[in-house]
Design a protein around this ligand. Structure first.
Ligand code: FAD
Ligand code: SF4
Ligand code: SF4
Length: 478
């Protein structure tokens, strides 16, 4: 083994080549090429096979990273795939969109030793993309039928992951989603240049072929109440994500041309699917030829600015109230945006929007004060310092909160936290309602895909336990 591994000194870190920024601004394809087989093996062979692998500790799925890196370095790709697949329902998706710099790669010891982390995410993507091409990804096979059924509300990564495991345990599984396509934010939030849609759809198709029943275009709260679904199934999972966009309370906020980030991104993703999108065709959600200002500093804001570049905006600026070091978004994504021509206006926050149909943004200059509750230095207005930015499209990307689910679902007895997220028992992941569980962003607040997958895995185990106990007590009572 040692002959193939520990090569981090003589072999430099090399991510797959990125396409030239001008070329990638022309389309919505992913920006990175894939490793050639030799490069993947070489890069995997840089791993020093740590006895206590901090990469795995900091991966929410605790993936067996050093083991699949070793198998890859040895050219045993199919085994590498099987091991990688054992802990994750979507390894190729995590390999693409996890913020590795904050998770596995950011905690790789080789990074700390100054040699550059093992390129874990790119190898993970390579392994499972290869598995799909080689036909190693096996169909989902349902376990022996248990005669019980489960309803999953929300077909995002949390719901899909839970559904996959539950089907494997032998349950009849129904997924309800208000969108016409499954995938949640993988489908309609995250743009194709980070995650091409066929990569998501082949996962969904595999679940459909495995007998999971999808009810698309089914909005719980409109098409059924929570209680009606509880009557229909032996257990329910709420995995609805968080969708209430945070507002900007400044004069002119209702101007025409001030739009919500997710409306904008959804329209763009729908165009990518070839859908007819009137709000895109009439220009309301299309940045082509416009001066665009995006407000926010998170991943959603980064996706908006880079989408605007691809739609042919005349100029794209990102307005953020803190500085670069204190922004929540991934530094890697900021770098990509800068390469693609986005201008960042740090330490600035909107003061007002001008025009009935937006013509510009007046912004306050900000400065950083003492750290707030989150530990980041709180921004405060720098008195008297303002700037004016021309804008005919303003995109608000300030983050998301939970919708009022008890009200929406007609279930006032559903317990929530003070942030509006659904309250679950820390051990069982069950809500205040018997047999109703919850997972993903609706429990955590806006988070990451890899955490949604982890929650889906955990909640499936807990629901399985609950359902077995329920079946046993029904048998006893009969
Ligand atoms: P979601 O993916 O939100 O899925 C919830 C599903 O529930 C949706 O399909 C929705 O239609 C459905 N639903 C909601 N209400 C109802 C209802 N009443 N009835 C029926 N169905 C309903 N994370 C990363 O790790 N990397 C990234 O690069 C990244 N980029 C992001 C970019 C954007 C623009 C956004 C908004 C988020 C990004 N995230 C990223 C975060 C990530 O997408 C989420 O953390 C993750 O998708 C949460 O998964 P989920 O299954 O809990 O919810
Ligand atoms: Fe890293 Fe994410 Fe893969 Fe875990 S799932 S190994 S954090 S890329
Ligand atoms: Fe390999 Fe880095 Fe993980 Fe250590 S921390 S096992 S070197 S990938």
């Amino acid at each position: 083994m040692a002959g193939d591994m520990l090569r981090f000194v003589e072999r430099g870190q090399a991510y797959p080549a990125k396409r030239d920024a001008d070329a990638r601004a022309e389309d919505f394809r992913e920006i990175a090429d894939r490793y050639a087989v030799q490069s993947a093996e070489d890069q995997a062979g840089r791993c020093s096979q740590c006895g206590v692998p901090y990469c795995s500790v900091h991966c929410p799925l605790h993936n067996h990273i050093p083991d699949w890196l070793r198998l890859t370095a040895e050219g045993r790709l199919r085994e590498a795939y099987e091991l990688s697949n054992a802990t994750s329902t979507m390894p190729e998706i995590c390999g693409r969109i996890c913020p590795q710099d904050r998770l596995c790669e950011g905690n790789c010891v080789i990074e700390f030793s100054g040699h550059g982390a093992v390129t874990i995410g790119s190898v993970e993507k390579f392994i499972t993309d290869t598995a799909w091409e080689e036909g190693w990804v096996e169909p989902l096979v349902a376990g022996p039928a248990r005669g019980q059924s489960v309803g999953v509300i929300g077909a995002g990564p949390a719901g899909l992951s839970a559904a996959e495991y539950l089907r494997g345990f032998g349950y009849e599984v129904h997924i309800y989603d208000r969108h016409d396509r499954a995938g949640g934010l993988l489908t309609y939030g995250i743009p194709g240049f980070k995650l091409e849609k066929p990569v998501v759809m082949r996962r969904v198709d595999r679940l459909k072929a495995g007998g999971i029943v999808f009810h698309e275009g089914f909005a719980v709260g409109e098409d059924a109440t929570l209680d009606q679904l509880r009557q229909r199934h032996d257990a329910l999972l709420i995995a609805t994500g968080v969708y209430k966009a945070r507002a900007i309370d400044v004069p002119g906020g209702a101007a025409q041309g001030v739009v919500a980030a997710l409306d904008y991104l959804t329209a763009s993703n729908r165009k990518g699917f070839g859908d007819d999108v009137p709000a895109f065709e009439d220009g309301s959600l299309n940045a082509e030829g416009r001066h665009v200002v995006v407000i926010g500093g998170g991943d959603t804001a980064m996706d908006c600015v880079r989408t605007a570049v691809r739609q042919g905006a005349t100029s794209v600026k990102c307005l953020y109230r803190r500085d670069r070091a204190n922004m929540p978004g991934s530094q890697r994504e900021v770098g990509h945006a800068e390469e693609e021509g986005v201008e960042f206006v740090w330490l600035s926050a909107p003061h007002s929007f001008q025009g009935d149909a937006i013509t510009g943004v007046k912004a306050n200059r900000m400065r950083l004060g003492s750290p707030d509750a989150s530990g980041r230095r709180a921004p405060e207005v720098d008195p008297g310092a303002t700037l004016d930015l021309p804008a005919d499209l303003v995109i608000k990307a300030l983050g998301f909160d939970a919708e009022d689910l008890p009200n929406l679902f007609g279930a006032p007895e559903l317990g929530t936290t003070r942030w509006g997220t659904v309250l679950v028992d820390g051990k069982t992941l069950m809500t205040s309602l018997d047999g109703v569980f919850a997972a993903g962003d609706i429990v955590r607040g806006a988070s990451l895909v890899v955490w949604a997958i982890r929650d889906g895995r955990d909640v499936a185990t807990s629901m399985h336990k609950y359902l077995k106990a329920k079946a046993a007590s029904e048998r006893q009572a009969a």
